[in-house]
Design a protein around this ligand. Structure first.
Ligand code: 5AD
Ligand code: SF4
Length: 487
């Protein structure tokens, strides 16, 4: 296992380890080949070629982007944040239509840059690429794209880069699904002290509005051994906080071989035992699968963050049924109460969709009622976006004249409740992991509490990556200002 520090905040986790699988070894061979192409480009340009990874969407994509950057760095590119780079890759999201539109907007912009830099290469990957209509549109209207691949074959990135360098044509490689999980490829972490970890891929729930099961494929859990091994490595490399990632972490473990059977609650408990890991987060929980065992593990284990993201989507039983969510308003509220009783200092956040097909004003009244009763610490509210290929896309749609006022009315209640909830810690002292220098005021640093709330307080760069105790002096809506306390 080798590692090298790149910049202050990025670390190459480069593990062509002894026990790497065949596919991993193959990809490392391709990385060697691509190195040659990048070196040729370096000679041509008289400087190190640059690469920019642009990420849209969720934490899963953020983690995938770290894998893309791992390969790009390994083959000799220098990471930059601007799209006038020599290689630009867009890691796309398609959960809502506005994410798609933003990608097309960026593609138009970057096409202009490429006209002036003919050696430039542009690539696309991620969820949006799993849609046939998107590929057709790119083939027709965005001919300046060099490489397209999807969510299932991201592990082949090195091989695809090699093909791209050896061809003048647009390379397209999209898989419909896969059961392969390729371990131990290079990763460049954005933060030295915290990291996401995939524990599973895909989703089997088929909520009727959601495109994810179609673009991310069937649910597959990573082996507990591989997960723990990766976390142990991260801990040895300075990571203190990890986030276990999956579309529905509560169904972790289904389909694992008999000798590796483990529930999510058990996995979480094992992860907490890794020395050096001080805080463990997870995302996302489906309310239908959140077990009593999991609540117990969280309650009994100080290392588990006091934050549960529990998407409600709707508070109306009828809409929940049409959404295929498998819970009711009542069972959701019971679950929230159970969690709050067992873990009094927990923060619960949620996602809500407004304007799902057939939704009426009185359905939204039900949702608002849940928001008031559950007293979420925050809620991400979305207007329903029709996704081609999902069942709900074929149903009668709600006009914007109905959904927009309902959205506004919900948002108002969400903001009121969240503001009230957020202030409940005023005057208390909380343990905070310092993440960065404050963007607005460089005499302050920004840290994150266990419950995910941000705190700004006086401090300097030496504190980044450290856990410190901070007194929460004042709540400003969604964040606190405070001061460090020394015992
Ligand atoms: N329209 C609007 N919001 C959606 N989400 C998922 N699919 C859609 C859609 N078609 C929201 C859900 C999910 C979050 C990640 O995105 O609330 O929890
Ligand atoms: Fe989409 Fe539902 Fe799966 Fe979440 S659980 S990814 S909303 S289908």
């Amino acid at each position: 296992m080798s590692k090298e520090s790149l910049k202050n905040n990025t670390v190459l986790h480069d593990t062509a380890s002894e026990n790497a699988g065949e596919e991993t070894k193959r990809q490392f061979e391709y990385m060697e080949k691509v190195k040659g192409h990048v070196a040729d480009l370096e000679k041509e340009l008289g400087r190190k070629p640059t690469a920019c990874v642009v990420t849209f969407g969720c934490q899963m994509n953020a983690r995938d982007s770290e894998k893309l950057l791992g390969v790009l760095t390994k083959v000799g590119f220098e990471e930059v944040e601007t799209e006038d780079a020599d290689f630009v890759i867009y890691n796309t999201c398609t959960v809502r239509d506005n994410a798609d539109q933003r990608v097309f907007g960026r593609l138009g912009y970057v096409g202009g840059i490429k006209k002036k830099k003919p050696w430039m290469r542009i690539a696309l990957c991620g969820c949006m690429m799993q849609e046939q209509s998107v590929i057709e549109k790119i083939q027709k209207s965005y001919r300046h794209v060099d490489l397209i691949f999807g969510t299932h074959n991201i592990f082949k990135f090195a091989e695809l880069l090699n093909t791209m360098f050896e061809s003048d044509r647009m390379i397209i490689d999209i898989w419909k699904d896969t059961d392969q999980i390729v371990e131990d490829l290079p990763i460049v972490r954005k933060y030295k002290f915290k990291s996401g970890i995939n524990i599973m891929f895909g989703c089997n729930n088929f909520c009727t509005y959601c495109i994810v099961p179609y673009v991310r494929g069937r649910e597959r859990s990573r082996s507990p051994k591989d997960i723990i091994r990766e976390i142990e490595y991260l801990a040895s490399d300075g990571v203190k906080e990890i986030m276990l990632l999956g579309q529905n972490v509560n169904s972790y473990g289904k389909g694992l071989p008999e000798n590796e059977q483990l529930s999510f609650a058990e996995l979480l408990s094992e992860v907490c035992k890794v020395d050096g890991i001080e805080r463990v987060r997870f995302m996302t929980s489906h309310p239908k699968d959140l077990s009593d065992d999991l609540i117990k593990v969280i309650a009994e284990n100080e290392k588990v963050a006091r934050h549960i993201h529990l998407p409600l989507q709707s508070g109306s039983d009828e809409i929940l049924k049409k959404m295929n969510r498998h819970y009711t308003k009542e069972s959701f509220l019971l679950l929230v109460n159970k969690i709050k009783q067992a873990i009094p200092d927990v923060s619960i956040t949620t996602d809500i969709i407004v304007g799902f097909p057939g939704e009426t004003d009185s359905d939204v009244d039900e949702t608002i009622d849940v928001v008031r009763k559950a007293a979420f610490d925050n809620a991400f509210t979305f207007i329903y976006s029709k996704r081609t290929g999902t069942p709900a896309a074929g149903w009668e749609q709600v006009p914007e004249s109905v959904s927009k006022p309902n959205f506004d009315r919900l948002l108002k209640v969400v903001q009121e409740t969240a503001r009230e909830r957020a202030s409940r810690f005023t005057g208390q002292t909380h343990r905070v992991l310092v993440e960065e220098i404050n963007e607005q005021d460089s005499s302050l640093v920004t840290g994150r509490m266990s419950n995910n709330t941000l705190v700004h307080f006086p401090g300097d760069a030496d504190l980044i990556g450290e856990f410190v105790d901070v007194k929460l002096n004042e709540c400003h809506g969604f964040y606190y200002t405070g001061e460090r306390v020394f015992e």
